[in-house]
Design a protein around this ligand. Structure first.
Ligand SMILES: O=P(O)(O)OC[C@H]1O[C@H](O)[C@H](O)[C@@H](O)[C@@H]1O
Length: 544
């Protein structure tokens, strides 16, 4: 028994009935398990041919728990017990959910906010090991974080080379660097598994295992689940979830994810990347909307284009199959759920007619950032300045003279039937965490799904969907001067603050090029956050 359970109601149940029989007849489950690359059309076959290794992850990763446990013991004997992970997207989201669920501490540094980076650098360096994870070995945030740690450790008299562990693909620039610099350990990951499917490879298991999570158990859970998920059987939960995700008609493309009794902690953020980057392309896809709880507007009164997925506990009563709306409930162990969602997203990709293994629109924002870093980080004149807030944006918000007018102008662009609002905050996701509360306010205010992402973290997750998915979004970007001093990046001509601004400006430019409405608010003093929050909440009583 894998303990995996998927139940569907309403439109989701109808999608299961409509699609699972043909998925079984086409032997989709066993062909995914056999790593057949031709399930997503001829154009996707080459990529799929090198991206399906996750189906036998338990054997591919078999040596890792032992290797990680030995390294953890060695480090502990040296008094090193604080684990920091530097990595973005697929290189950080899995260890975050694994350690949060296991209740073991891991510092995840997946941002460039100078205050957030500085905090990670100043707490307990003498007992810190830094895991630098990047599949490509070329991600600018990760390399900048590595540089910052090496410099800070060296300044503190700590032998940095003994404290850096690298996880990367064989042959990547990071693999070479780990050898050249004599870093403590190099874990070469499986190149046949894509970043967002890499949870149970070295990317998930090394940092989580060093932090003390039981990674052997995760692999065992996944192995058990993958057997069930390989069956050409109508009861296969991977086919059922895949059909519910990709097969509603008309497509319910706002996937509202809510923890509702699950023992897993933070699963939504991991699933968000998997779903958004895998499906959000060619003008279609599913927008994950990760909400705080069952009282959130998107769950309490779902829109007609929403599919609500409740992550429930194992003893939850199954929902009955009828009714209006569309809901799915899933439960099972963390390793099992990861395998379930990977399978389901691959199945949904087939139903949506897209290649679930590429991310064709991520590079454009990276390129725009590189160009800005080579020039000046902010080249666009402010349309208006309201106190400590500079207002920039596309033509839809051009007439606004005040912060409140600008927000109103943007919200007026949210389509009442299919639209969504994405809030993208390039701030300190720990110190400024309260801002996340505006998600609910804005959802209530607009009556539409609202996503909240911390920049640049979300660029490696929902960023693909924003550009490649349907043109139904409007975008609110928040940037700020650093709360304290900016932080230089050793050996680079730009600072963390400069990088953060360039990433924001680069992404906004690409969204604008795609014809999407964008409002950019830059706080010249971070103390203006309170005012911003009130303006977004509509605290003066103005509602649309
Ligand atoms: O692991 P890395 O190569 O550093 O990549 C980190 C992330 O980069 C990009 O944003 C990709 O679209 C993601 O899928 C990936 O997870």
């Amino acid at each position: 028994m894998s303990g995996l359970s998927v139940t569907a109601t309403g439109d989701a149940a109808r999608a299961v009935s409509a699609h699972v029989p043909s998925l079984v007849a086409d032997r989709v489950a066993s062909r995914v398990a056999a790593q057949e690359p031709d399930l997503w059309g001829p154009a996707a076959a080459e990529e799929a041919g090198k991206r399906l290794g996750w189906v036998d992850v338990a054997s591919r990763s078999a040596d890792l728990p032992g290797r990680v446990a030995s390294l953890r013991e060695e480090l502990a004997a040296e008094g090193v017990d604080r684990v920091v992970l530097c990595g973005m997207g697929g290189s950080s989201l899995a260890p975050e959910v694994i350690t949060a669920t296991a209740g073991v501490p891991l510092v995840v540094l997946d941002g460039t906010d100078p205050g957030q980076v500085r905090r990670a650098l100043t707490e307990g360096l003498e007992r810190t090991v830094v895991v630098v994870s990047s599949k490509s070995g070329g991600t600018v945030e990760t390399d900048s974080q590595r540089r910052a740690f090496v410099e800070a450790m060296t300044a503190a008299g700590v032998d940095a080379a003994r404290r850096v562990v690298v996880v990367t693909d064989p042959g990547s620039p990071f693999a070479q660097m780990a050898r050249d610099e004599g870093y403590r350990a190099l874990f070469e990951a499986d190149p046949d598994v894509g970043g967002r499917y890499s949870a149970l490879t070295a990317f998930g298991l090394v940092p989580a295992g060093l932090a003390g999570a039981d990674v052997q158990q995760l692999l065992d859970e996944a192995a058990e689940a993958l057997e069930v998920l390989a069956a050409d059987d109508e009861g296969n939960p991977g086919l059922q979830l895949g059909a519910a995700l990709g097969g509603t008609d008309p497509l319910r493309d706002k996937l509202v994810l809510v923890e509702d009794g699950t023992p897993l902690s933070g699963f939504g953020a991991w699933a968000e990347q998997l779903v958004a980057e895998s499906t959000g392309k060619e003008g279609t896809g599913l927008l994950p909307v990760v909400v705080a709880g069952t009282g959130s507007p998107e769950v309490a009164s779902p829109t007609s284009d929403a599919l609500v997925v409740r992550l429930v506990g194992d003893d939850e009563e199954p929902a009955d199959g009828g009714g209006a709306g569309a809901e799915v409930r899933t439960s099972g162990s963390l390793g099992g759920q990861m395998a379930l969602w990977e399978t389901a997203v691959a199945v949904a990709g087939r139903l949506l007619g897209i290649n679930p293994f590429d991310q064709p629109d991520v590079e454009s924002a990276k390129q725009a950032t590189r160009e800005l870093l080579e020039g000046s980080p902010e080249t666009e004149e402010a349309l208006a300045v309201d106190g400590d807030v500079e207002i920039r944006g596309t033509s839809e918000v051009a007439g606004a003279a005040t912060l409140e007018e600008a927000v109103d102008a943007l919200l007026a662009q949210v389509d009442g039937d299919r639209g969504y609002l994405a809030v993208m905050a390039y701030l300190d996701r720990e110190a400024d965490a309260d801002l996340e509360g505006v998600r609910e306010d804005l959802a209530a205010r607009t009556g539409r799904p609202v996503t909240f992402g911390w920049g640049p973290r979300f660029l490696h997750s929902t960023g693909q969907y924003h550009k490649g998915g349907p043109a139904t979004g409007v975008y609110l970007q928040v940037t700020s001067e650093p709360a304290g001093e900016d932080l230089p990046i050793s050996g680079r001509p730009f600072t963390f603050g400069g990088l953060q601004r360039a990433q924001a400006a680069g992404d906004a430019a690409v969204l604008a090029d795609h014809g999407r409405p964008v409002l950019r608010l830059h706080l010249t003093d971070r103390s203006a956050l309170g005012r911003l929050r009130a303006a977004l909440a509509g605290a003066d009583g103005r509602t649309r």
